[in-house]
Write a protein that binds this ligand. Structure first.
Ligand SMILES: [Mn+2]
Length: 456
């Protein structure tokens, strides 16, 4: 739902079959087979699959598929020449304040934690610059109900900077409200006291005036982490005066947009949303924005996506929706970028110096100080090329916010190196020399060497 399948994996069984068939009838194969069966050598050969090995030099194996890169920026609000419409809303959700990023080094973790607040601050500034009437946060402002009081107060303090009619904060499924004793929402309300920041934790309508236009928001908060039924059912029954703008606020899966196979995330259908007879719905939960760029008219619903990426699964910039409605419900909207940091994954196969240089060029095109770079490298290189790669990676570590490295780089065996270790006439020497000469199976000699080393 939130991302793509990003990682393919080496199949250790395939590797072992290849080396065994290559070894053929040689007696050595029997010894190797026994060793593999008895000593778990396959796992030793395949090594650190799946690990984010930051500190070792490049010498092992892993594979992945590349990401696509969405545009880095969008037009700023109110860039159109047409007159500004009556009701202006900056819509966000799924900010996940309180994510701990525990597996990162201290400085990187602090930056990632700070970025979630900084991106919220940007939202408030963009809303103020465009004289928005409302900031709507459609759930999961916080990542869990046990988020610390300091984080809650810090968040509310940022939202209090909004100069419009109100910041409407809906309880989502991560920051659900189980009732009036909810610790999170009590703390939130206390911090927001006397301000225009409102917690919407009960299913009910809230009326406002935005420059003379009456607006009614229908709040449909989550009462729990999971729920089979959407919280939107009551809205259809409500009377809807004709002279008002009617907007829903809800959090959960939307059938067709996200996947909710077990029906656990307050799944909403488009038919249900339509039946509620509102002008539009401002939703949260799915981390991918909707509608797609280029859609015009008045969408049935808006999903903002996350306001700043939180992992390599978030390949696009964080965004919020700038939405304008006129008194009749006509609508225009555009995405605004609210993130600064990016997560970028690059998968590359390296077989020559030119491949390393091409990788360096790709990396040099990125905003290094704001980018967490995930390198997934495979291929085979000579020892001097491996050194070149190691030098390049350590240079990247100096420049980038963070480097994660998964690698599957085999060292190319050369005849001189074999001769210096295994004299001609010995079984390993002759075997490796023969395998190096076999250009159709360039990986076999290296794998055989690893097995020989593990037996000796
Ligand atoms: Mn959610």
């Amino acid at each position: 739902m939130h991302g793509e399948s990003l990682t393919g994996r080496f199949n250790s069984a395939t590797i072992s079959c290849q080396v065994l068939s290559m070894l053929g009838s040689c007696d050595f194969a029997v010894a190797v087979t026994r060793a593999i069966c008895s000593a778990g050598i396959i796992s030793a050969i395949v090594g650190e699959r799946g690990s984010h090995d930051r500190d070792r030099s490049v010498s092992r194996r892993c594979v992945a598929t590349p990401n696509s890169f969405p545009p880095l920026s969008y037009p700023t609000p109110a860039s159109s020449d047409s007159p500004i419409m009556a009701v202006k809303i900056l819509h966000t959700a799924d900010n996940h304040i309180g994510l701990s990023f525990r597996h990162y080094p201290d400085a990187v973790r602090d930056r990632l934690i700070g970025e979630r607040f900084a991106a919220l601050q940007r939202i408030v500034e963009i809303a103020n610059q465009g004289s928005a009437h409302f900031i709507t946060v459609a759930g999961d402002l916080f990542v869990r109900v046990t988020v610390g009081a300091a984080d809650i107060k810090g968040t509310v303090d940022i939202l209090k900077g909004f100069e419009g009619e109100g910041v409407l904060v809906l309880a989502g499924n991560h920051d659900y409200c189980e009732g009036p004793d909810s610790k999170l929402w009590k703390t939130f309300r206390k911090a927001a006291e006397g301000s225009n920041v409102m917690a919407l934790t009960e299913p009910r309508a809230h009326d406002f005036n935005a420059d003379e236009v009456p607006v009614r928001f229908y709040a449909c908060p989550c009462p729990s982490k999971h729920g089979a039924e959407p919280g939107t059912g009551w809205v259809a029954e409500e009377a809807k005066p004709a002279d008002m703008l009617h907007l829903g606020l809800a959090h959960g899966n939307v059938e067709g947009l996200g996947l909710d196979a077990d029906n656990r995330y307050f799944n909403m259908t488009e038919a249900d949303l339509r039946a509620s007879a509102l002008h539009s719905w401002l939703l949260g939960h799915i981390h991918v924005p909707a509608p797609e760029i280029g859609i015009t008219g008045r969408p049935l619903y808006f999903m903002p996506g996350i306001h700043t990426p939180d992992s390599v699964k978030s390949t696009r910039a964080g965004q919020a929706w700038w939405i304008e409605f006129d008194a009749q419900g006509d609508c225009r909207f555009e995405p605004v970028v609210t993130s600064e940091i990016r997560f970028v994954r690059i998968a590359a196969t390296l077989e020559h110096t030119s491949d390393i240089e091409a990788l360096a060029r790709r990396c040099s095109g990125l905003d290094a100080s704001a980018t967490l770079l995930d390198l997934q490298l495979s291929g085979r290189l000579k020892s001097d090329e491996l050194q070149q790669l190691n030098d390049m990676v350590s240079e990247l570590r100096d420049r980038f916010l963070h480097i994660a490295l998964e690698h599957d780089i085999a060292e190319v065996l050369e005849p001189a190196a074999i001769a210096s270790r295994f004299p001609a006439g010995t079984l390993p020497g002759d075997l490796l020399t023969a395998l190096v000469a076999d250009e159709e199976h360039p990986g076999d000699a290296h794998l055989a060497l690893e097995i020989i080393e593990s037996l000796s």
